[in-house]
Structures are given as structure tokens and as C-alpha cells.
Design a protein around this ligand. Structure first.
Ligand SMILES: *[C@@H]1O[C@H](CO)[C@@H](O)[C@H](O)[C@H]1NC(C)=O
Ligand SMILES: *[C@@H]1O[C@H](CO)[C@@H](O)[C@H](O)[C@H]1NC(C)=O
Ligand SMILES: *[C@@H]1O[C@H](CO)[C@@H](O)[C@H](O)[C@H]1NC(C)=O
Ligand SMILES: *[C@@H]1O[C@H](CO)[C@@H](O)[C@H](O)[C@H]1NC(C)=O
Length: 437
């Protein structure tokens, strides 16, 4: 249902030139990426090249796209990543791939633990020689034990699963003991990172388990103040949003670049939030949004799940990203990649990959205490610098930096992780040995 009709929304609805073609450019670049990576993953040889050998034109474009990807990735891996090398432990399948029998495991918001593993397996930075490695990835998937009651990931088993993986590799290999884990890398993609609990007070009380405190944690959780759940070397990463899902949204939505929704939010908003051991969901921010703007025609607010919500984001000018239990949410990524200005309402949040994503130029930050003034804040931006924000948001490099692909392309989210690791090479045992000689 459209809350604003075509006549009264001309201010928000009039697209700029870039903006009008945003969808098509994005669709094209994603399609190109999928096409190129398909070719790249299915290297034709003469006996099996039925897919490509039909015309010389296809052969030519195949060569061009492969050459493009190969040269680009080679160049970056050598130049910007300082020759970074990663060894990936091959753990028994109960630690990781067994969980993939549930299809959600590789698609839900915590799926970066799967995506990063997959991308690194196929990446140029992977080494099979542990003596050549700067870092060691321990690929344990802890977020795919979906509760039979509510469908949410039950992460109660996470500590046990990870510590048993560490035990296994520290018995079989010398590398963990050598550095006490400081050159070992884990992904902890759920609410409060390696604290492994969905409630912040419990997570804070439990803290990062002893056995992970020396290591490098890739985590979606990040705040700019001291917090027990980031007391380990860490890299803030974006939540997982399926590139295939985004591509489908772009291909199937009948939008023409016009954004007829002024401000959008779909998600849990409690009318009477419960006191959960002294804390309230979203610190009541979402409740205020509902109370204050529930009947405001500029705001399109929905409390129930809807599978097609990405098409609503595509129709929206501003997308609200209020905190839930944790400050981060996949809305941040979905808003950016679908061209809706994210309105971040989560005090102190530390956003991913700030060296690649100029967050202050593409999003708005509203202090939690000002959530009641959202209407006038957004009106002010709409009448002043909205088009500046939208134009910056359109930069395809930003979209690329926030999404994980099965095969990493330069500048994508896995590449950003590698780049961050390449800044931590002083933790590499191999480098310290080379330098001291
Ligand atoms: C999955 O979570 C449930 C609790 O929801 C737990 O009882 C079960 O042991 C977990 N499964 C594994 C393999 O750890
Ligand atoms: C690493 O240390 C643990 C605990 O001290 C020990 O049990 C294990 O044998 C050591 N691993 C190797 C490969 O020496
Ligand atoms: C919320 O619950 C905690 C205990 O769980 C209690 O100490 C606190 O007084 C409660 N707050 C309110 C406003 O009821
Ligand atoms: C847009 O305007 C808002 C409110 O005046 C300001 O906080 C923000 O920094 C501006 N952003 C850009 C990219 O100019």
C-alpha cells in the first residue's frame, strides 16, 4: 500500500539522472559479477565447453571477463594486501559443512561465517603450506543450530564447539601453541560477537571466552566505547545479505527509480516493551517510533514479517535502522545496496569498513534521545542535502564493500576483511621471523 500518492510527494519522488538508473546499473553490475564468476568457476576445456563454445563473441567476452577478474584480483592481492597468506584448517565436517544441510545456514543474517570461509577457500591468499601463512582461519559455523521453537539460531553450543576445535588443532599442529592463538582468526557474526549470548547483560557478564582472547575475531558487533564483547583484537564486518537475493529484488521489482515512501521501517516494534532483567528491547526507541509516527502519513511502519520487504526498501527515501537488542542490523546493508538513505539510531555504533565506506556521507545518525524528533530531522535533510547523500550512496564501490560473494572480488566484503588483516601483520609469526633475521 502506498501511503503517499504521486501528487503530494514530488519533493521526495523526483529522481536525479543517476538515481533513475540506479536500479539498472546495480542490476547490471551484479549480473555481470554473477556471469563472470560463473564462467570463472566453470573453466571450460575443449571437451566440456558446451556452455560457451557456441559463438566467438561469447568466447571473446568470456576471455575478457576472466582476464578482468584474474588481473584485478592478482594485482590487488599483491599490491594492497602486502602478500598476505592464510592457512585454513580442514576440520571434521561436524564443525562446519554438516550444518549446511539447512539451507538457511548460508543465507541468514549471520551467514558471514559461511561466506568468508567459502570465499577464502577459493582465494589467492589461501596457502596450503602453514609455514608460509601469516594467519590461520578456524572455520567453525556456530549460528546454524536453528531453534525448533522460534527458528532463531541457538548459540548455546558455540563455546563448546569452538573450544573443541581449538583443542583438536592444538594437538595436531604446533601453530596454536606457538602464538597462543594470536595469529588465528574466527568469525563471530551474531548479536554480541564472541560473547555468544543474545542478551547484552548476560553477554557482558560472560565476556569473550578465555580461549579466544588472544585471537582475531571478525564480528558484526562493534561500538565505539569500551565493551566486554570486543575485548579481543577484532574487525567489524557487515551482516550477511545475500547478493543473489538483492539481485532478485532488483530484477523483479517494478520500480522506476521513484521513491514514493518517505520513511520506512518494518520489524519488531513493541507497544509495551517488557522488562527483561532491567533492559527494554531497542531501549524503547522502536516503541517511540511507533507511538509518535504510527499514524503519520510520511512514515510507512510495519510490525510483521514480509518476505518482499526489500522491494519496500527500494521504494523508500529514508530507511530507519534503529537498534534492537544489539546496535547493528542487516537493514544497514540492505538500505545502502538498495539506495535508501540509512537513518542509524544506535548510540556509539561502530560501523564496518569505515576506510571503504564513507558512512557520514551516505547515512544519517540520529541520537537515541532524539528519536521523537525524527520527522523534523528527516524533513530538514530532505529539503537541504538529500540529493548529495543519494548521489554518494549510488557509488557501486560502497555496495561492493558491504556484500560477501562466494568468490571474492576486489573491494568486496571478504576483500575488506583481508585488507584489515593485512594491517595486522605484526601478529604474523612468519613476518616476525623474517624481520628478526
Ligand atoms: C542445538 O541447540 C539445542 C538447544 O536449542 C541444544 O539442545 C542442542 O544440543 C544443540 N545442538 C548441537 C549439535 O549442539
Ligand atoms: C599444545 O599445548 C597443549 C596444552 O599445553 C598440549 O596438550 C599439546 O600437546 C600441545 N600441542 C603440541 C602440538 O605440542
Ligand atoms: C526491571 O527488572 C529489574 C530486575 O529484573 C528490576 O530491578 C527493575 O526495577 C525493573 N525496572 C522497572 C522499571 O520495573
Ligand atoms: C546533511 O545534513 C545533516 C543535517 O543538517 C547533517 O547532519 C549532515 O552532516 C549532512 N550530510 C551531508 C553528507 O552533507
Amino acid at each position: 500500500m502506498k501511503l503517499l500518492n504521486n501528487n503530494n510527494n514530488s519533493r521526495y519522488g523526483k529522481p536525479s539522472f543517476c538515481y533513475k538508473y540506479f536500479k539498472w546499473l546495480l542490476w547490471f553490475s551484479l549480473s555481470f559479477y554473477f556471469f563472470a564468476s560463473f564462467l570463472f568457476n566453470h573453466k571450460p576445456n575443449n571437451s566440456t565447453s558446451s556452455f560457451i563454445s557456441k559463438t566467438t563473441v561469447h568466447q571473446y567476452s568470456n576471455k575478457v571477463s576472466r582476464a578482468l577478474i584474474e588481473s584485478v584480483s592478482l594485482k590487488h592481492h599483491q599490491d594492497s594486501l602486502n602478500g598476505l597468506k592464510i592457512y585454513i584448517y580442514e576440520l571434521p565436517s561436524r564443525y562446519n559443512t554438516d550444518w549446511l544441510s539447512n539451507e538457511r545456514c548460508s543465507n541468514h543474517l549471520f551467514a558471514s561465517e559461511v561466506a568468508i570461509h567459502r570465499a577464502l577457500l577459493k582465494s589467492d591468499v589461501r596457502t596450503f603450506d602453514p609455514y608460509e601463512a601469516d594467519f590461520f582461519l578456524i572455520p567453525v559455523y556456530v549460528s546454524c543450530n536453528f531453534s525448533k521453537v522460534n527458528g532463531f539460531p541457538a548459540i548455546g553450543h558455540a563455546r563448546k564447539l569452538i573450544s573443541s576445535a581449538i583443542e583438536l588443532i592444538s594437538l595436531q599442529f604446533p601453530y596454536w601453541n606457538r602464538s597462543l592463538g594470536s595469529d588465528h582468526v574466527f568469525v563471530a557474526s551474531h548479536d554480541f560477537g564472541s560473547c555468544f549470548h543474545t542478551l547484552e547483560d548476560v553477554a557482558m557478564a560472560d565476556g569473550v571466552p578465555e580461549f579466544l582472547r588472544n585471537s582475531i575475531i571478525l564480528q558484526t558487533f562493534g561500538v565505539k566505547y569500551d565493551h566486554p564483547c570486543q575485548r579481543a583484537e577484532h574487525v567489524v564486518i557487515p551482516p550477511y545479505v545475500s547478493p543473489e537475493g538483492v539481485r532478485k529484488t532488483l530484477a523483479t521489482s517494478d520500480v522506476n527509480g521513484r521513491r514514493d515512501i518517505f520513511a520506512f521501517f518494518r520489524g519488531k516494534m513493541e507497544v509495551h516493551p517488557k522488562n527483561v532483567s532491567g533492559r527494554y528491547y531497542s531501549k524503547k526507541v522502536r516503541t517511540v517510533i511507533l507511538q509518535k509516527y504510527g499514524n503519520d502519513r510520511r512514515f510507512y511502519l510495519r510490525r510483521h514479517r514480509f518476505a518482499g520487504y526489500q522491494s519496500e526498501i527500494l521504494r523508500s527515501t529514508f530507511c530507519l535502522c534503529p537498534l534492537g537488542w544489539a546496535p547493528w542490523s542487516p537493514r544497514l546493508v540492505e538500505s545502502v545496496v538498495l539506495g535508501c538513505v540509512p537513518v542509524i539510531i544506535a548510540n556509539g555504533i561502530d560501523l564496518p569498513f569505515s576506510s571503504a565506506v564513507p558512512w557520514s556521507e551516505i547515512s544519517l545518525t540520529v541520537p537515541e534521545k532524539d528519536v521523537g524528533k525524527l520527522g523534523s530531522i528527516l524533513e530538514h535533510v530532505a529539503s537541504t542535502n538529500l540529493s548529495t547523500l543519494q548521489q554518494k550512496l549510488w557509488d557501486p564501490r560502497i555496495t561492493r564493500a558491504l556484500m560477501f560473494h562466494d568468490r571474492t572480488v576486489d573491494g568486496d566484503a571478504t576483500w575488506q576483511v583481508l585488507h584489515a588483516l593485512s594491517q595486522k601483520l605484526k601478529r604474523s609469526h612468519r613476518r616476525s621471523r623474517v624481520f628478526s633475521e
